[in-house]
Design a binder for this molecule. Structure first.
Ligand SMILES: *Cc1c(COP(=O)(O)O)cnc(C)c1O
Length: 341
């Protein structure tokens, strides 16, 4: 077996069909034993629940080739648990954690040739997802579900270093109070697409969504949590029940406190106070940390002192430490790295 001959640095964040994917079906109240398949197509009945009432949730994680040539995943147990939680929130049967972990291992092993080499900046993106597969016409949860895991190699999120992005304060909401904001469900993304395209058409990279009840506090972007750094070099992250609990954010908070001696506080952050921060960024599995240089609130520009050229020094340190842990250059906290090969 040989590595695929891809231009790893330039493949971008796009779908490449790989060799194998995992499928398990839930029927008669239980999950079947699951299997790997070469078939990338899903054939469903026209009335399948996913098409009509959007019962679907997903996860995103990565496999990396580390400095010593091993293939590892990063905190997959956290994805397994979050997906079980998402499933419960959508009245879907949770896929058991141990089975999730085993299925991820199987998919990565079966697509080993697609795991980008160390140093390329590229990684293997893994997408577990689950959807209602049996017919539903009256509004209720389906009886049958399918759980799948696909993987695709993805290039470095930022070629030639992360350039700070510009974000606009959105007039749309990403989630409702007491709604599905804390669930990793496709439905949250469906409704964020219009807001996202509107932001792009106006020349912005992303939206800052505010809390849907009062529009006073910072929530997150369409798919990444906010990070702020105070002028004293402390990390502050917004707290809200309608923010998706990012594993990257939680990992960065741990790294701040336990590796770098940086104080980290999770608290409600008012839009009105963000001009006081020294650095801003957004975080998630895809890019780890993207620096934010500017937030525009209906014409009013809030420019962070870290500027539009590079990531601020505290976020850079956090980024370097977390990616160092992921790539095996820095010793990881117990249980964070799952070695697959
Ligand atoms: C997945 C996701 C994130 C990032 O979570 P990670 O676990 O760090 O990848 C942030 N916000 C939303 C809405 C998400 O769906």
């Amino acid at each position: 077996m040989e590595k695929k001959n891809l231009d790893w640095e330039n493949i971008g964040f796009a779908y490449h069909q790989t060799d194998k994917r995992y499928v398990s079906n839930f029927k008669n109240g239980q999950w079947d034993e699951g299997t790997l398949t070469s078939d990338p197509n899903v054939v469903l009945n026209e009335c399948a629940g996913i098409f009509h009432y959007c019962q679907e949730c997903f996860e995103g994680l990565k496999a990396y080739t580390t400095e010593d040539g091993s293939i590892v995943t990063f905190r997959p147990d956290q994805n397994a648990e979050r997906m079980m939680n998402s499933a419960k929130g959508l009245e879907m049967p949770p896929f058991p954690k141990e089975r999730f972990l085993d299925a991820v291992d199987q998919v990565v092993r079966a697509n080993e040739d697609w795991v980008p080499p160390y140093g390329s900046g590229a990684t293997l993106y893994i997408r577990p997802y689950m959807f209602a597969s049996s017919p539903v016409i009256g509004v209720k949860p389906a009886e049958e579900y399918q759980f799948r895991i696909l993987c695709t190699p993805v290039g470095p999120y930022f070629k030639g270093g992360a350039k700070p992005i510009t974000i606009c304060v959105s007039d749309f909401d990403r989630a409702a109070p007491h709604g599905t904001g804390c669930i990793k469900a496709g439905l949250n993304y469906a409704m964020s697409l219009h807001a996202g395209m509107a932001a792009h058409r106006n020349g912005f990279d992303e939206n800052m969504f505010l809390d849907p009840a009062e529009r006073k506090y910072v929530e997150e972007t369409g798919g990444a949590n906010f990070l702020f750094v105070t002028k004293d070099g402390e990390l502050v992250t917004p707290k809200s029940d309608s923010i998706l609990p990012s594993i990257t954010r939680r990992s960065l908070i741990y790294v701040a406190e336990h590796y770098l001696g940086i104080k980290a506080t999770e608290r409600p952050v008012e839009l009105a106070e963000i001009g006081e921060f020294a650095e801003c960024g957004v975080c998630g599995t895809a890019a780890v940390v993207s620096p934010v240089g500017k937030v525009v609130d209906h014409g009013k520009e809030i420019c962070f002192p870290s500027g539009m050229e590079k990531m601020g020094p505290v976020l850079q340190k956090l980024y370097d430490t977390l990616t160092g842990i992921q790539m095996g250059r820095i010793e990881a906290p117990e249980g964070w790295i799952r070695k697959i090969k």
